[in-house]
Write a protein that binds this ligand. Structure first.
Ligand code: NAD
Length: 261
């Protein structure tokens, strides 16, 4: 949240943080969202998830559904998801939008290429697959029940991993020269796991030994040797996600002012 607020202030967006106590009930949370929906000086709303454990997953869905779709900075509201499915102007989930921005700004074409997305979550895998589809890629979505995952992944010209397992995608998953997008952000504290990821003489191992933890993606560092391009973790998709959140915020404001679709 601190990062998002700092980034917002850098582009002149005022970000107010509404902090509810961990004991807040579903009704109190919905009332707060309702107040923000009504506030004319509020253009965009983001509910930081996960919500407190006590509320449960069904409550989280109700809170997200309660956000005015026109103020939905995250692009998670079913109206915005439906518009994305139909390839109509929509507020698009930030991480998948960031992946497309990253490809575009790196001059990597998508049309006509084979894209494989590993992960089918509502916030990353599914919307990313739709964005690839709308850009004329041939898309395969893989998940925890996909048989022969490494060989399916290795058909990709563009491979995106959004799984949540450190270093899961190794060189077997990657066609030489493929573009690999690592969406995963995993905090590793177990030295045995870190030892499977970092060479003993590497800077990353030294840093892990110093701090006792490392942030790693879903893609194993060895993939760097076969991929044509690979996004780093940290510092790849993550910062683009924050940038897209701000773009969505500005877009919500423009739409409310009648200046954008
Ligand atoms: P999620 O847990 O909701 O979904 C994970 C997906 O991975 C599921 O669809 C599941 O089917 C698939 N999966 C799990 N185990 C698998 C296996 N063994 N083989 C194949 N598929 C498997 O997670 P999410 O919210 O989509 O996040 C995924 C990762 O991306 C996490 O590491 C998360 O921290 C990270 N993330 C990063 C950003 C960012 O800004 N870079 C944003 C959102 C999420």
């Amino acid at each position: 949240v601190r990062n998002k607020r700092r980034a917002a202030s850098e582009i002149g967006v005022r970000a107010d943080l509404v902090r509810l106590p961990p004991s807040a009930t579903l009704d109190e949370t919905l009332r707060e969202v309702g107040r923000l929906n009504e506030r004319p000086d509020c253009d965009a709303i983001l509910v930081q998830s996960p919500l407190p454990d006590g509320l449960g997953r069904a409550a989280e869905r109700r809170v997200f559904d309660a956000i005015d779709p026109g103020k939905d900075a995250d692009g998670f509201h079913p109206i915005n998801v439906g518009r994305l499915v139909q390839n109509r102007p929509a507020i698009v989930a930030c991480t998948p939008a960031g992946v497309m921005e990253l490809l575009d700004r790196s001059g990597i074409p998508v049309a006509g290429r084979r894209a494989v997305v590993i992960g089918r979550s509502d916030i990353v895998g599914k919307p990313l697959a739709l964005l690839f589809l709308h850009r004329d890629a041939t898309v395969t979505i893989c998940h925890s029940r996909t048989p022969e995952l490494p060989s399916v992944a290795a058909t990709a010209d563009i491979l995106a991993a959004a799984i949540g397992r450190p270093g899961f995608v190794d060189r077997r998953f990657v066609k030489p020269g493929a573009v690999v997008i690592d969406v995963g952000i995993n905090r590793v504290t177990d030295p045995a796991v870190a030892a499977t990821l970092f060479a003993p003489d590497s800077a990353r191992w030294a840093s892990f030994e110093r701090s006792g933890a490392a942030l790693v993606g879903d893609v194993h560092p060895e993939v760097e040797q076969v991929a044509g391009a690979l996004t780093p973790v940290p510092g790849g998709v993550g910062p683009l996600t924050i940038a897209m959140l701000l773009r969505n915020t500005v877009r919500c404001a423009q739409r409310r002012a009648g200046l954008a679709d």
